[in-house]
Design a binder for this molecule. Structure first.
Ligand SMILES: [Zn+2]
Length: 171
């Protein structure tokens, strides 16, 4: 089972995908890295550095993430703001690349509208349904230093923190 940001996907990865995934994961800050709790700064310059991409999870505190808006469309969004949240909410188990091996139930609005700027600085707006709305909310939370641990039920949080605590092995 492969965990991807904000959702869980059942899928077999081939050896090459596995290797690429391991390489990517090695770049991602892992809980409890302090960078994960920090708020990211607004993007002010839309230059080549920005287009090479950055995110809180790789320790660059800029308000930017890359996400899917449809099955075959991935976009970069800078300075994202969730401007509308649907009334209907759903609860799904979410994984996080920064908290590996943990799945937590998170309640979120099923539909959202999100606005921001693309990698060239142009204003963009997306109206999203699940699963894209959930992933976008998960990524927007990262920019504010908010993790699924902060969004889940108290019981699930307690259990997860118990599992995340470093274990002392004697003998
Ligand atoms: Zn995450």
């Amino acid at each position: 089972m492969a965990e991807i940001e904000g959702q869980v996907k059942d899928e077999e990865l081939d050896a090459e995908q596995q290797a690429r995934r391991q390489l990517a994961l090695a770049q991602i800050r892992q809980y409890p890295d302090a960078a994960l709790k920090m708020a990211a700064r607004p993007v002010e310059e839309f230059d080549d550095d920005l287009r090479r991409l950055a995110a809180t999870q790789v320790g660059v505190l800029q308000r930017l993430f890359v996400f899917q808006v449809a099955e075959d469309e991935t976009v970069a969004l800078a300075n994202p703001e969730i401007v509308e949240r649907g009334e209907e909410t759903t609860v799904e188990d979410e994984g996080c690349l920064s908290i590996q091996g943990v799945l937590l139930p998170v309640e979120r609005p099923a539909t959202i509208a999100i606005e921001g700027r693309d990698e060239h600085g142009a204003e963009v707006r997306y109206e999203l349904e699940e699963p894209y709305s959930r992933v976008a909310q998960h990524e927007a939370d990262h920019l504010d230093g908010v993790l699924i641990l902060d969004r889940t039920t108290p019981e699930a949080r307690r259990e997860a923190l118990g599992n995340l605590r470093p274990r002392i092995v004697i003998g």
